[in-house]
Design a protein around this ligand. Structure first.
Ligand code: PMP
Length: 309
């Protein structure tokens, strides 16, 4: 039994049982869809659900659509309104994961992007923890990150997630929690579904957006919070062995939140425990996403009560 009752599908909010596609759907055959992962966080004191950085997620969604020539008749504001309406209908009073999906909906054989119908689906589920709490044991994957000139990693393309799935399952079957994926240049790209940060000599470092990574929203959030805390932040290419020597390594993502990596390829990272920079950023992040930090409150859209104009 699904834990959600509704989906936005074919232009309206319907019972989830009605949100079904045919086996002939183009995107099902060829992976020609794009998606988002958005979270909403329950604030118990205010009895309010806050969607985190929703316009930024939908702006990235429309950028992904542009790359795949997916034409949706919706603006960022329209997509936000549909999402808020869906969440109100569900009535969630807990943390939520929201999954928008745009896809080539024509029921036709023929691999292409042109002359096909596009459609939009959105559903939302209660959130379940994505990575184990505590510390993550990771391995550098034998799989390489997809290239911008093959399948652009900056778009969240459904078919491209075969690359993430290969890396994630290789790591899981080898007894690790997560994979760290190098790009074709042999430098660090990201986790299977998270961006990566490391700390060297007190400087927070993350690979640049030209390293075949997803331009992560949590990545941007962490860089903003770090700079506001007065920490130096640098975007630059990262070598594999820098991971082994870092004082701290952590992963960031909508589903993962901020997750400390305590071991990589059987080398202990730093002290083998979550480090002080990670701890301070994670504590702040956890407050920010629930609307508990006034300074960042504009990142949080309340679901049940609109802010006073
Ligand atoms: N990289 C990949 C490949 C991802 O799938 C995700 C999850 N969306 C991320 C990074 C993290 O991005 P965000 O912080 O926007 O969720």
């Amino acid at each position: 039994m699904p834990k959600n009752k509704y989906a936005f599908f074919r232009g309206e909010i319907r019972p989830i049982e009605e949100a079904k596609v045919s086996v002939m759907t183009s995107a099902f055959n060829y992976g020609t869809g794009v998606f988002e992962g958005i979270r909403a966080f329950w604030n118990e004191e205010e009895k309010e659900l806050f969607v985190f950085r929703m316009p930024e997620h939908y702006a990235r969604f429309l950028r992904s659509c542009k790359i795949l020539l997916l034409d949706l008749p919706y603006s960022v504001e329209d997509l936000c309104q549909i999402t808020l309406e869906l969440l109100r209908r569900e009535g969630f009073q807990e943390d939520v994961y929201i999954r928008p999906l745009a896809y080539k909906a024509s029921e036709e054989i023929g691999v292409r992007l042109h002359n096909l119908e596009s459609d939009l689906a959105i559903f939302a589920l209660p959130f379940e923890a994505y990575l184990p709490p505590g510390g993550i044991r990771a391995m550098v994957s034998s799989w390489r990150r997809i290239e911008d000139n093959a399948i652009p990693a900056r778009a969240k393309i459904t078919g491209a997630y075969v690359n993430s799935a290969l890396a994630k399952t290789e790591a899981y079957l080898a007894g690790f929690d997560e994979a760290i994926v190098l790009n074709e240049d042999g430098q660090v790209a990201e986790g299977s579904a998270e961006n990566l940060f490391l700390v060297r000599d007190g400087v927070l470092i993350t690979p640049p957006i030209t390293a075949n990574i997803l331009e992560g929203i949590t990545r941007d959030t962490v860089m903003t919070l770090a700079r506001d805390l007065g920490l130096p932040v640098v975007e630059r290419p990262v070598d594999r062995t820098e991971l082994y020597l870092a004082e701290e390594v952590f992963l960031t993502g909508t589903a993962a939140g901020l997750a400390p990596v305590v071991e990589i390829d059987h080398r202990k990272i730093g002290t083998g425990k979550p480090g002080p920079i990670f701890n301070s950023l994670r504590d702040l992040y956890e407050r920010v996403v629930r609307g508990k930090e006034k300074k960042y409150r504009s990142w949080c859209t309340p679901v049940y009560s609109r802010p006073a104009a």
